[in-house]
Design a protein around this ligand. Sequence first.
Ligand code: B12
Length: 475
Amino acid sequence: MKFLLLRPGEEGRNTKHLVLSPLGLLYLGAVLEQEGHKVELLDYYAENISKEQLENSLMSSDAIGMTVYTEDCKPAADISRMIKDLDPDIPLIIGGPHCTFLQKRSLSDIPDADISVMGEGEHVILDLAQFLQGKKNLADIHGIYYRDNGSIVSGKPIQVIDNLDVLPFPARHLVEKYDYGTSTFGYTLKKKATSLITSKGCPFHCRFCTRYGNFIKDWGFRKRSAENVVNEIQEINGKYRSVAIVDDNFLADKKRAHRIFDMLLETDTNVEFLIQGARVDTADKELYMKMKKAGVRYIGFGIESGNQDVLDFYNKKITLQQIRKAVGLAREMDFFIGASFIFGAPIEAKKHVENTIKFACSLPLDRANFVPLIYRTGSSLWAEAVKNKKISPHQYDALAVLGHNLGNFTEEELIEYTTNAFKTFYFRPNYILGQIYRTLSRKDYSLLINGLKFFILFNKAREAGEEVIKSKNEF
Ligand code: B12
């Protein structure tokens, strides 16, 4: 069979934030090819795909697999409609975060899809290939919803993949035609860039985080072995200059992290690493020095607040002291340091917001991202608010504002605080001089260019009175 894998996105999608390779689809491509199926991948994030181009690929395909982010529900539904207009009988399977978080509802959100897969797709897509060849019944397949005589029914319960080392490495050749890793304002990865995942889940339970572990039994914190990870890095060494490690919590198991970098230092790997999800409580000098030598260039911390009571409210289990130590160590290693902060916890008053801005400015950060708290499906805050009838169970997300009885600030105040935070953090002379020095010392002018782009866009948006901040998730 031939599978056409798609990552939908609206036109110009790739200008909104950093775009990394569609790793989820690359794993599906790998297991399908391993089973002897043909695979093609089209990524609307990486190129503007015409209807003719889609039709052309459809003609030689037996089934479609589409990854869906909640943010991209609309383009996903539009492209699904186009597919069914072009070929009403072609099976259309959806999967990815939106399907895993929204489950049954995902088939209503994407009315032209036939089957929705929750959780990991590697084993399920092979079962679905069997079904499409008449060798298996949908009712016997785990982790799916499908249409049956006009109603939406489920297959067997979701299963997770216990031993991640059994999975083949992602089929990166399917996206060799594309370029990834360019960031609009933040840190741009040296080309060619790819992404890599070494673990699934996170052992912590931050209350704002939309964790699959909150509602998928056994999702837990599962890790690939250090050997398996290093083998994959060696396989891509020479083909890719940079790798974004997209784990939710890559350094959670420090022993494994030490082993990975020890092994990398024994090889002649020449790759630059970007670590997205790092917790401050995993910072230690010996580990960071190994990371530096092995090619780590960027580290991103979830700092969230400059108030200990807010960190405790979020069950973040870190201290302000630990934050200072970790960011200080990362600066010592001359890593490019990004951090994200949240405003709007229901215990927060204006004083808390001011403390967080002051705290962010007191840290030697290269990029700070300030976002309003959003109660999103999959987070324990959202589940509690539903239980307390503050949010309807059908509402995917809700801003933490007074109007929703979810916070102490109005939407206008939240937007004013976050906009002001960006201005206060980025429009500091010592910050600007620091970035110019770092740009010159690193001879990496993309930082300055991105910084200038940010200033211009920030001012333009402010003059136009537009929101510059809404959900910008940028490294
Ligand atoms: C890397 C990453 C980013 C990067 C790059 C994004 C990119 N598009 O290139 C950056 C930082 C830019 C980013 C931005 C954002 N992100 Co993000 N991101 C991730 C992260 C950490 C890893 C994604 C990944 O590669 N996972 C590894 C692969 C193997 O898993 P996977 O993609 O889920 O695929 C598996 C299954 O889902 C399934 N599957 C997937 N597709 C399909 C298709 C079919 C047909 C089948 C059968 C199965 C299937 O099988 C795959 C293999 O097991 C995830 C969290 C996570 N751990 O997954 C969050 C996550 C995907 N991001 C999320 C969000 C909300 C965002 C933002 C909207 C945040 C914001 N407010 O701005 C933005 C914009 C998102 C966008 N549209 O791109 C949410 C999505 C929630 C949702 N309901 O859609 C996640 C899940 C985080 C979370 N816990 O909530 N993100």
